[in-house]
Design a protein around this ligand. Structure first.
Ligand code: ADP
Length: 341
């Protein structure tokens, strides 16, 4: 659906060229939700805006459904913007227009429908985003969450193939954020619409996305299935974003007092393995002493997972048989501190 190849972007600031994106290569599958995460200033907005040419790349290619959009003329660009909807962090609604008029606006601009057809489409969209009873209100009379529902309805009014979300929930409280994320997921599943979103919050990625790319200083430092990236982060930036989401502070654990020869281990298991009686099997098969320091069972989109941080006090032979047991149970283990033997 989307293929980004060797994308570069330089801005000119005070006569000097500043690199905002460097050699970006990504692929987004049709119908999937793809998240781009990074700290402020990493290049997320620039990358997202390259997908509808709100920002023209300095080099490289962006293919959408096989077409290189960097080569489009103004007519092509106009058509592209109808196939690619966008949702903004600060909603960008027209304050002098009602909810219904805001949603009608892109339909009117497209100029392809009669007034009756547009009115029917607006009602359908209001129903879809749960605002059927708010159609004659003005944006100033709506909550943040309701404003974003209008933003979403407007973005998908012209049946786009692709929806771009620019920090769509960053201005909302946690509860409203969850409701908006559920709405986006619902739209993705019901309409089969491909979604590309940018965020600085791992929670958004974890709830909504199938794949993720981590961007830092204009470069993609890690990418893949969300389950893999979230549970086994490789890059320092990814690790810190994941740790923030898990509220896991290693300093709080005060592990300095561990027994000589003991290990600090992180055990991770996903899917069906999540429901195995892991601890009782370990207890039944080894004399090793294991203390749980922290434990979680949660979900990454549709995938359940469990994670345990444990201190293991065991002989070298016991460690070896325990590691074998972990492999049999498809539990991944990571040694955080201590020696494997
Ligand atoms: P993010 O969305 O991750 O916060 P941006 O894509 O907005 O990052 O910015 C990436 C880098 O490009 C930053 O260093 C930013 O200052 C710079 N930048 C963004 N837009 C412009 C612009 N219009 N002119 C000059 N520099 C810009």
């Amino acid at each position: 659906m989307i293929r980004i190849e060797q994308l570069h972007k330089n801005y000119t600031v005070d006569g000097r060229s500043v690199s905002a994106l460097r050699n970006i290569n990504l692929q987004v599958r049709k119908g999937s939700v793809f998240g781009i995460i990074g700290r402020s200033g990493a290049g997320k907005s620039t990358l997202l805006r390259a997908l509808n040419l709100l920002e023209r790349p300095s080099g490289g290619h962006v293919y959408i459904d096989g077409q290189d959009i960097t080569l489009l003329d103004s007519t092509g660009l106009h058509q592209l913007r109808q196939r690619v909807g966008m949702v903004f962090q600060h909603f960008n609604l027209l304050n002098a227009k009602t909810v219904a008029e805001n949603i009608d606006f892109p339909l009117k601009l497209a100029g392809q429908h009669t007034r009756e057809q547009r009115s029917r489409r607006v009602d359908e969209l209001l129903e879809l985003v749960g605002l059927a009873d708010q159609k004659d209100k003005y944006p100033s009379q709506l909550s943040g969450g309701q404003k974003q529902r209008v933003g979403i309805a407007r973005a998908i009014a012209n049946y786009p193939h692709l929806l771009l979300c620019d920090e769509a929930t960053s201005a909302l409280d946690p509860e409203t954020t969850q409701a908006i994320l559920r709405l986006l997921l619902d739209i993705n599943q019901k309409l089969g619409l491909t979604i590309v979103l940018i965020t600085h919050e791992m929670q958004v990625i974890r709830t909504l996305c199938d794949q993720v790319a981590v961007i830092d200083a204009g470069e993609i430092v890690e990418s893949g299935d969300v389950t893999d990236v979230f549970l086994h982060p490789q890059h320092a930036v990814t690790k810190s974003l994941v740790a923030e989401n898990q509220a896991l502070d290693m300093d709080d654990l005060n592990f300095s007092g561990r027994a000589p020869g003991s290990l600090l281990l992180r055990l991770t298991y996903t899917g069906a393995a999540t429901w195995q009686p892991i601890l009782s099997r370990i207890a039944a098969q080894t004399k090793a002493q294991m203390a749980i320091l922290q434990g979680t069972i949660a979900r990454i989109k549709n995938t359940p997972y469990g994670q345990l941080l444990v201190e293991l006090d065991a002989t070298a032979a016991e460690k070896e048989s325990l590691f074998e047991l972990f492999r049999q149970m498809q539990v991944r283990y990571e040694i955080i501190e201590g020696e494997a033997r």
